[in-house]
Write a protein that binds this ligand. Structure first.
Ligand SMILES: Nc1ncnc2c1ncn2[C@@H]1O[C@H](COP(=O)(O)OP(=O)(O)OP(=O)(O)O)[C@@H](O)[C@H]1O
Ligand SMILES: [Mg+2]
Length: 253
């Protein structure tokens, strides 16, 4: 086989990682008079690396996350009362293996969504199937969907290893159909021992009001809290700090 035929064969065999680096590895082997096995191992590694990064990219896309936040860029001094060790514990992803949940409840702008997204992103990197949803927006969309679409959407929220429902009850009282959806998600995931992370700035005592049904709130919370880490986010809004620093910068210009 000549080079063109080799490249064609590699594409046919879907070895695009090897195909991409072949000419470089060839040059390297000639330059260093490298033993065959060493070159072959490097080529296999190229293929593995490419497959892994493709899988990670696909998992990230499926997750619904729109950014890649990390706990490394979180300023823990800004709100010193945040449950820092509980956040890192969550970030270890042990909760996924254990089928445990986390409720991150607290004041606006204190970083609840940031932490939940950082955990979700870490889970995609570790090979978990993750679904991140802005709860109110997605629940409203569900309410407008056909019965067949609703069944499909529900499946998509029950199947993943980790589901993040961000900013639940942002719009205060949610529609009855959304409340029933939340109940189905929680009940089904509970039976399957699959983790849910919920962030909200509404304390659980008020969930009955936001769901429009106190009994439903009890059955949901009962299952959610059976195996659950409760993280309370007390403190000042980082958004206000950012807005204040923008005003100061503009004023100084
Ligand atoms: N301690 C922090 N260090 C760095 N960035 C932070 C910190 N706290 C919050 N932020 C940033 O501030 C913005 C608001 O945070 P976030 O959306 O996580 O708040 P939240 O608690 O979810 O608020 P809400 O209850 O309104 O949904 C985000 O851009 C987030 O990255
Ligand atoms: Mg939020």
């Amino acid at each position: 086989m000549n080079m063109i035929e080799i490249e064609r064969a590699l594409r046919e065999l879907r070895l695009s990682g090897i195909a991409e680096t072949l000419s470089t590895r060839l040059m390297q082997a000639q330059a260093a008079q490298q033993p065959f096995l060493e070159t072959f191992a490097a080529m296999l590694q190229d293929e593995l690396d490419r497959r892994r990064s493709r899988l990670t990219a696909r998992r990230f896309k499926r997750s619904g996350l729109d950014e890649r936040p990390s706990l490394a860029d979180f300023d823990w001094r800004f709100n010193p009362k945040l449950p820092r060790s509980a956040c890192f514990e969550l970030h270890t992803l042990k909760c996924i293996a254990e089928g445990a949940n986390a409720l991150i409840i607290g004041k606006p702008g204190t970083g609840k969504s940031h932490v939940a997204k950082a955990v979700a992103y870490q889970a995609t990197l570790q090979g978990y199937d993750v679904r991140y949803v802005e709860a109110d927006t997605e629940f409203a969309r569900y309410g407008l969907a056909s019965t067949a679409e609703q069944a499909e959407q529900l499946k998509g929220w029950v199947a993943p290893d980790l589901l993040v429902l961000d900013d639940l009850f942002l719009a205060r009282r949610i529609a009855d159909v959304s409340a029933e959806l939340l109940q189905s998600i929680v009940h089904q995931r509970y039976k399957l021992r699959r983790s849910i992370i919920i962030t909200s700035n509404r304390v659980v005592q008020d969930w009955g009001t936001y769901l429009g049904d106190a009994t439903m709130a009890t059955t949901i919370l009962d299952r959610l809290m059976h195996r659950c880490a409760m993280l309370e986010f007390e403190g000042k809004s980082y958004r206000l700090k950012e807005a204040a620093s923008r005003i100061t910068t503009t004023a100084a210009e």
